[in-house]
Design a protein around this ligand. Structure first.
Ligand SMILES: [Zn+2]
Length: 133
């Protein structure tokens, strides 16, 4: 995974006064996208708050790493790109149905049906540990 240390090594040969354009994405941007930095609780999206609670630092590193390797010189990296990588990772996360209490890993956001009973009421992770939207 690309790190700040690798970036420093990469730019060592550049002239200090060279004018450049750059953008740095990190797990902090995932936190910001999911509203972690919103101070007013009313502005927070309950689903995004739930998603943030199930993401580990390793998950965030994986998302940023995937973004890095998918960089496109015409389109760069965007919030849409970050959201797409997040969705792909969340599709693989464990989920537990609040109705039948079965676990599953099929893709989907809250509201999509449980594959066991058809309920749309489920959480990422386990019921006892997840944040209810
Ligand atoms: Zn179910």
């Amino acid at each position: 995974m690309p790190t700040i240390k690798e970036l420093r090594e990469h730019i060592q040969g550049y002239d200090d006064d060279k004018v450049v354009a750059y953008a740095i994405w990190s797990g902090d941007d995932i936190d910001m996208m999911l509203g972690d930095e919103l101070e007013d609780e009313d502005d927070k999206d309950p689903t995004d708050t739930q998603l943030l609670s199930v993401l580990t630092q390793e998950d965030k590193n994986t998302i940023i790493n995937n973004m890095h390797h998918a960089h496109d010189c015409n389109y760069g990296l965007t919030w849409d790109h970050l959201r797409s990588e997040l969705d792909d990772l969340l599709d693989e996360k464990l989920k537990q149905c609040c109705t039948c209490e079965q676990t599953f890993t099929t893709p989907g956001y809250p509201g999509k049906e449980c594959p066991h009973c058809g309920s749309g009421n489920w959480v990422y992770g386990y019921i006892d540990e997840a944040v209810q939207p």
